[in-house]
Design a protein around this ligand. Structure first.
Ligand code: UTP
Length: 232
């Protein structure tokens, strides 16, 4: 089974804790040992936000800030790579989907970060899943799924157990203002659109516990939101 695993930066590196990165590397290794062909996409998290915040106050423009964000996602990807068995993972961080696909083709676990400005690693994950014909995309985020309102602000917010990709597009589009570097949406609009056109099944779940992510990928056992193709 070919799986793309998107690990939010706030999930992998909420602070710089080597133990947490190592726990995630164990999960990646166990999924690979179970026969999954794995593409892993890592976000920038608080590191990206801090650098972007500082550079914004220094006068950098949005494109430059995005590039800084991309660099921090790649930094986090390198951190995860440092914890992975070197016989298992491709030693470099691909900077495009073609390179990533080539490594996957050579049976290597691929770990990558951002690619181009004006998006987040949500979109990278969806585009990678599409490019390599993944069977499934699992978003390990800091929220337990897709909600009909912001659960941090609205106590009545409800989680979708399941929704179609086109419904996700509508939901994200209705709530999303034009994002700027470092902004935070559950899954970005571009990612939702790529899921919609590619028909790849996705799961959005709370990835705070690496073992929960392992169960989700291995056994399809999770609490979160399943995003289905329209023709499912
Ligand atoms: P993230 O994907 O980490 O954004 O990229 P995020 O929504 O803050 O996610 P978490 O907190 O890690 O879960 C960080 C920033 O890097 C830039 C954007 O500015 C983004 O906000 N970026 C990332 C890009 O411009 N292009 C990419 O392909 C990836």
């Amino acid at each position: 089974m070919k799986t793309v695993l998107s690990i939010g930066g706030s999930v992998l590196v909420p602070d710089l804790d080597a133990g947490r990165v190592s726990d995630y590397a164990d999960v990646v290794e166990s999924l690979a040992a179970a026969g999954h062909d794995l593409g892993v996409v890592v976000g920038g998290g608080p590191t990206a936000r801090e650098y972007i915040g500082a550079a914004r106050s220094l006068g950098a423009n949005e494109g430059e800030l995005d590039q800084l964000g991309i660099d921090t996602t790649r930094l986090n990807a390198r951190l995860l790579l440092a914890a992975l068995d070197e016989d298992l993972a491709s030693p470099t961080v691909p900077t495009n989907y073609e390179e990533a696909a080539e490594s996957l083709h050579r049976d290597r676990v691929v770990v990558m970060g951002g690619v181009v400005p004006a998006q987040t690693t949500d979109a990278v994950s969806a585009a990678l899943a599409e490019y390599v014909d993944a069977d499934r995309l699992v978003f390990a985020t800091s929220v337990p799924g897709v909600f009909d309102a912001d659960p941090e602000e609205d106590p009545d917010a409800g989680r979708y157990e399941e929704m179609t990709a086109s419904d996700l597009v509508e939901l994200v589009a209705s709530g999303e203002s034009l994002g700027s570097a470092g902004s935070n949406a559950p899954i970005d609009l571009l990612a939702a659109k790529v899921l919609d056109r590619s028909g790849i099944e996705a799961v959005v779940l709370d990835g705070t516990d690496p073992e929960a992510v392992e169960r989700a990928v291995l056994d399809n056992d999770y609490e979160g939101t399943r995003i289905t193709p329209d023709y499912d």
